[in-house]
Design a protein around this ligand. Structure first.
Ligand SMILES: [Fe+2]
Ligand SMILES: [Fe+2]
Length: 280
C-alpha cells in the first residue's frame, strides 16, 4: 500500500468546500457586541436552505426549548447568539457529515448521527462540570471526526491492512491509520479546522480527541470531546470499524473532575433525548 503523501491530503482538504459565506458572516456577527437578532436574521435569510436546517435543529429536543421556534429572530432571542452560532455551524456541515463513509463502515447518515450525539453529549458534559462554554464544546465535538470525510477513500482501499495491524501489533486504531497512511483521521480533521480558521483550542480538541493527554492549549475542551465521544460509542452511536477500539482516558476524566457516575448520568440524559427521533 502506497503511503498517502502530505500533498495529497492537503489537496483533499483543499478540495473540501470552504465554510459558506453566510456562516462566516454569522460567526463575525455573533462576536460583534452591537449586532442584533435582526442582523442575524437578515444574513441567514439570504440562504433559505440553511435557514430551514437551522430552525429544524433549533426545534430539536436537544435544546429543550418548550415552545416552537419559527423564525431565526426567535431562535436568536430565545437560545442566544452563541447557541445560534453553533447551530449554524452544525447546519453547514450536516451534508458533508451525512455522506456514506464506506471506508469506516458508516452507512449514510451514521457519521452525522454520531457527530450530533457527541456534540450534545459534550454540551451535557460541559454543563455538568461547569468548566467550559457549552457552545464551544458543542462545535468542537460536532467536528471531531470530520477528518474521516477526507480519509474515507484511502481507508476504503486499506482498511483490511489497518485492522490487521491493530490486531497483530495491538496498536490503537489511530496509530495503525498513521502507520499505513502517514496520518490519522484526527490529524486530518485538525487540518480541515485550520483551513476553516477555527480557533486553536478547537483545532487541538479535534487533533487529540483520541489522545487527550497530548493536549496543551486547552486540556479541558479536549477532555470533554474525548469523553463525549467514548460515551456515544458506548451507546452504539456510529461505531463503524474503529468505534470499539477506543479506551476512555482516566486523565481526561481527572482533568474535568468527571466520575463514573457522571458518565452514567450523561448516558441516561442522552437516552431520553434520543428517544425523540425527530431530533435528527
Ligand atoms: Fe475519531
Ligand atoms: Fe468519534
Amino acid at each position: 500500500m502506497e503511503k498517502v503523501t502530505l500533498e495529497s491530503i492537503v489537496e483533499a482538504v483543499n478540495d473540501l468546500p470552504s465554510l459558506p459565506h453566510v456562516v462566516i458572516k454569522i460567526m463575525e456577527l455573533t462576536e460583534d457586541p452591537n449586532a442584533t437578532a435582526q442582523n442575524i436574521n437578515e444574513v441567514l435569510n439570504q440562504d433559505q436552505g440553511m435557514t430551514a436546517k437551522v430552525l429544524r435543529l433549533a426545534n430539536s429536543a436537544f435544546y429543550g426549548f418548550p415552545r416552537r421556534i419559527s423564525t431565526v429572530t426567535d431562535a436568536t432571542i430565545f437560545l442566544g447568539f452563541k447557541t445560534v452560532r453553533s447551530i449554524v455551524m452544525a447546519a453547514s456541515v450536516s451534508d458533508l457529515l451525512s455522506k456514506e463513509m464506506e471506508g469506516y463502515a458508516l452507512a449514510q447518515g451514521e457519521l452525522w448521527k454520531h457527530s450530533q450525539c457527541v456534540a450534545i453529549a459534550a454540551r451535557l458534559v460541559a454543563k455538568n462540570c461547569k468548566c467550559f462554554t457549552l457552545d464551544v464544546a458543542y462545535t468542537a465535538a460536532l467536528l471531531h471526526d470530520i477528518g474521516k470525510v477526507v480519509l474515507n477513500s484511502n481507508m476504503k482501499q486499506a482498511y483490511h491492512e489497518v485492522i490487521a495491524l491493530v490486531e497483530s501489533d495491538h496498536l490503537p486504531f489511530t496509530e495503525a491509520e498513521e502507520r499505513i497512511f502517514g496520518f490519522n483521521h484526527a490529524a486530518v480533521g485538525a487540518k480541515i479546522a485550520e483551513k476553516w480558521n477555527l480557533p486553536p483550542d478547537l483545532v487541538e480538541a479535534i487533533a487529540f480527541h483520541h489522545n487527550p493527554d497530548q493536549a496543551e492549549i486547552n486540556r479541558q475542551l479536549t477532555s470533554i470531546v474525548h469523553i463525549a465521544d467514548v460515551i456515544c460509542l458506548s451507546m452504539g452511536m456510529g461505531i463503524g470499524i474503529d468505534g470499539m477500539l477506543y479506551p476512555l482516558s482516566p486523565q481526561a476524566m481527572q482533568v474535568i473532575n468527571f466520575s463514573e457516575k457522571d458518565v452514567d448520568n450523561t448516558i441516561s440524559q442522552l437516552v431520553d433525548l434520543f428517544v425523540d427521533q425527530q431530533s435528527f
